[in-house]
Design a protein around this ligand. Structure first.
Ligand SMILES: *[C@@H]1O[C@H](CO)[C@@H](O)[C@H](O)[C@H]1NC(C)=O
Length: 290
């Protein structure tokens, strides 16, 4: 039994280490956390296409960037030949099409600039200024490396209450494989207040400070819950395996520490009754006898 306990402790420690060491949870566009503030980028979640033409005699070259802040792009229609489509799992894609007089347009380049399935989701970066919410965020995501160039995308999200979420981003540059865009929208403003669900934004420093505290304690709580859950699951699995394989227990006996778990509901009710009577005593007498 002592060996089993040691194993259980080691296993729980390992699970806790994995849970703490793993990268931040999957990117949640509607509750993105940056610098202690929460952002709802949901209103910007859609596939966007930005096309522009350049005169390249004797042809015209059209460059189209398609992007979605919150998930992989939808697959191209069946009418698009498979070879001309963005790679599956791309969040940002670049397509270069060449037009020459009456000839059929020819796709000469197509590639992901963010995501392709084998990569992590996007990261958000911001610099908080004191207790004020950041006015700009950077949405960054890497794509594939092709011929030594690591493609990636860096979108500057600018908090702008006067703009519309239905608007479009602007391409500001493509340098050394990094596509840069700028997008002004109200959704790029931090949520403020606890109950109104945000949108108001701005506010004074104290209000935003409250929001910040909420955000971080929520994160810790969910991490603790996750660790507790996984630890308990691991305890059950390892315990049942031990009882089944080593002790050769069968039936209900495979449950580790069965006696304790049998008692557990009674212990709980006992405890609750105890607390209840203590509270009751205090209410009635004003003092409780210890
Ligand atoms: C670019 O030029 C081609 C050919 O003239 C045209 O079909 C296409 O719509 C143009 N694209 C844009 C974004 O103007």
């Amino acid at each position: 039994m002592r060996i089993f306990r040691m194993w259980a402790v080691a296993a729980v420690a390992a699970v806790a280490a994995v849970a703490l060491g793993r990268p931040a949870a999957a990117f949640d566009c509607k509750k993105a956390q940056v610098a202690g503030f929460t952002y709802d980028l949901g209103p910007l979640a859609r596939d966007i296409a930005l096309a522009s033409n350049a005169t390249t005699p004797p042809t015209v070259t059209e460059t189209t960037y398609t992007l979605n802040l919150c998930g992989p792009l939808a697959a191209a229609p069946d009418s698009t030949p498979a070879i001309d489509r963005c790679p599956a799992g791309a969040w940002v894609c670049r397509t270069v099409t060449n037009f020459k007089k009456d000839e059929k347009p020819r796709v000469v380049e197509v590639g992901a600039l963010a995501g392709t399935g084998s990569h992590d989701g996007p990261t958000l970066e911001a610099q908080a200024s004191g207790s004020d919410a950041p006015k700009q965020l950077h949405w960054k995501m890497v794509g594939p490396t092709i011929e030594g160039v690591e493609w990636s995308t860096d979108i500057t999200l600018v908090c702008d209450k006067g703009a519309k979420n239905e608007g479009q981003p602007k391409v500001t540059g493509l340098k050394a494989g990094v596509l840069e865009l700028e997008w002004s929208a109200p959704a790029a403003c931090a949520l403020s207040g606890d109950s109104d669900g945000g949108g108001g934004g701005g506010g004074d420093g104290g209000e935003d400070g409250d929001n910040r505290d909420k955000g971080s304690s929520g994160g810790i709580l969910s991490t603790v819950t996750t660790i507790a859950f996984f630890s308990f699951a691991l305890y059950l699995v390892v315990g049942v395996m031990y009882k089944f394989l080593v002790v050769r227990a069968r039936g209900l006996d495979v449950i580790p520490n069965l006696a304790f778990w049998r008692e557990f509901p009674y212990l709980c009710t006992d405890f609750a009754q105890h607390v209840w009577s203590m509270v009751g005593n205090r209410r009635h007498a004003g003092y409780s006898v210890v």
